[in-house]
Design a protein around this ligand. Structure first.
Ligand code: ATP
Ligand code: MG
Length: 239
């Protein structure tokens, strides 16, 4: 069964003369083990696609299924629970909670799901170690660099057993070496059976993906399998 299925997804913001068609009938299926890169110019609908896939926004038309569950059939509480347990989300602008330390930010989704505080902290420290910043566990977001905050955001998405990873330009604030590390993490999560969708502007980052979907004005204008990704973007990075 696919982990993520998008069918005929349309999202119109505003109304009347102010209507913006952010997405116009997108369909996409991502299976276990697959990492899909989404590319396209600014305003083409990449972030909109991710927020709909993550249940953070509702489509004007079309359906989103995560592990076979139609998000439209869930109430707010059920949807929030599915997000916490199944979906790891890395936002374009981090979305960390400033009043919580790095470890508390990462532990929060687990605690909300009833995991005991100490177990949640252990899981959080492990996720922070995965992204190389365990030593910053007790620091607050405002006292960290952009790149460090980005790693906390990624640790929060990795914590637990989430089956769907959604990342909006996850390497944006990182230098190229750290960026590669993050991509390697996403890749290994997918190799371990998760499904991933990542927005990126960089061709060499997209080369880590199995497929690349190109958006323009809210429609898919091209979709490339791995072979053509390599042809287009050069050989896939090997560690
Ligand atoms: N809340 C909103 N209200 C009105 N219009 C919106 C809203 N969110 C997005 N849009 C519009 O929808 C379109 C798609 O936006 P989106 O953020 O998905 O683009 P993007 O591809 O992620 O761009 P970028 O590369 O700059 O992050 C844009 O025209 C944007 O202005
Ligand atoms: Mg965006």
């Amino acid at each position: 069964m696919s982990v993520l299925t998008l069918e005929g997804l349309t999202r119109i913001h505003g109304a009347g003369a102010a209507e913006v068609h952010a997405l116009r009938g997108i369909s996409l299926t991502v299976g276990p083990g697959e990492l899909v890169a989404v590319m396209g110019p600014s305003g083409s609908g990449k972030s909109t696609l991710l927020t709909l896939a993550g249940g953070l926004d509702e489509p004007t038309a079309g359906t989103v299924r995560v592990e076979g569950v139609d998000l439209a059939g869930l109430d707010g509480t059920q949807r929030a629970r599915l997000r916490r347990t199944s979906i790891g989300y890395v936002f374009q602008d981090f979305n960390l909670i400033p009043a919580l330390t790095a470890a508390e930010n990462v532990a929060l989704p687990r605690e909300l799901d009833g995991v005991r505080r100490r177990a949640a902290r252990t899981a959080a420290l492990q996720a922070l170690a995965e992204v190389g910043i365990e030593h910053l566990a007790d620091r607050f977001p405002d006292d960290m660099s952009g790149g460090q905050q980005q790693r906390v955001a990624i640790a929060r998405a990795l914590v637990g057993e989430r089956r769907l990873m959604l990342a909006d330009e996850p390497t944006g604030a990182l230098d190229s070496e750290s960026g590669e590390e993050i991509l390697r993490l996403l890749r290994s999560r997918c190799d371990g059976g998760a499904a991933g969708v990542m927005v990126t502007h960089e061709a060499r980052h997209a080369a880590w993906a199995d497929r690349v979907v190109f958006l323009r004005d809210g429609v898919v204008v091209d979709e490339s399998g791995n072979a053509s990704v390599e042809g287009l973007l050069g050989p896939r990075h090997v560690q």
